[in-house]
Write a protein that binds this ligand. Sequence first.
Ligand code: PMP
Length: 397
Amino acid sequence: MPQLSQRISTLNGDGSDGWGVFYRARELKAQGHDIIELTIGEHDIGTDPSILAAMDRAAHAGHTGYAMVPGTDDLRREIAQRLSQRTGTPTTADNILVTPGGQSALFAAHMAVLEPGDSALYIDPFYATYPGTIRAASGIPVSLATRARDAFLPDADMLRKTALQHGAKSLLINTPNNPTGMIYPRDTLDEIAKVCRDQDMWLMSDEVYDTQIWEGAHISPRSLPDMAERTLVIGSMSKSHAMTGSRIGWIAAPEQVIERLIDLATNTTYGVPGYIQDAALFALTAGPELEAQVAAPFRRRRDAALQVLNNQTAVQVIPSRGAMYLMIDIRATGLSGEAFAYRLLEEHRIAVMPGESFGSAAAGHLRIALTTDDDLLLDALDRLCRFAARLIAEKTL
Ligand code: PMP
């Protein structure tokens, strides 16, 4: 076989992909064990029947051929109007490219701004694909560690120093955040924006969880002074409308960036199926109820989970303000997140993601996905806390 490219051979770096506990849980399940899975960032409901009906109508109306590569005019206009309304930043259809999901938007965004070998910053802990996405765009991923005691918010001085040291071309942030559930407050975003302006960096803002806000407000950094010209927003219908499998999202960016991104889309994805775009348009114009309905179980479970977690002292909870996750600090047990997660799985049949799967900054933590039935979730959390308490007691014997 001829040689594969260096780029694709080293896409995942040399570490593990971080999904070991997840794979082991699936293995145990296949052997017939009852496992409570709190691992995956996907709703426990399907896409709403009204959206599926819109998809069906569109397909039967003949929208099964090649669709407009940048997205249909109506959908681009609707997304633009949504962003104008929600962020206060004037946005037109020319600022929008419709993409096959947020993941493809993340890749396209980095392709648009990175020369091969350019450094691209991202914040640790991070969504698993970030470094690989940057490598796929021939960039060099550079992580910026945050600390649990700062609620995993980036430190502006460290950001400036790292950006300078690497001559970074871009910074990727994610708010509301996967895996921490944090929402970046205004002052953090102001500081980030200032560093981006001072260092002439692009800002990639992954806002795929922007409809899952439990406390405080989501601010898009594109709306901050002089930031629209250097910000590429990544959006998606995956989380907001339980449309993960439909693969539909967008990039919002300056018109000149979108023009070039359309060239990229023409030569890569060739757009998103028309019947999916029509279904997305239906979903976005259906009013806020559909979105609220999709978000409601996570809010309810997050509130109930916090009650359980605030009633004990063995583990500490990071104050989750958004997204479908809770982050738990288990360092008092003396185990790593990974060791704890494997033991919890083998001894208690509960699967959670080790913090280490999301970078070294979240070592000694666990990410709990709120994507399982309320009673199972609360039972699992209760047992997790008792397991942690037992480990702490054993340690002090
Ligand atoms: N960004 C973050 C932070 C995510 O958690 C995800 C999905 N889990 C994505 C982007 C990509 O989502 P999609 O491609 O389904 O829009």
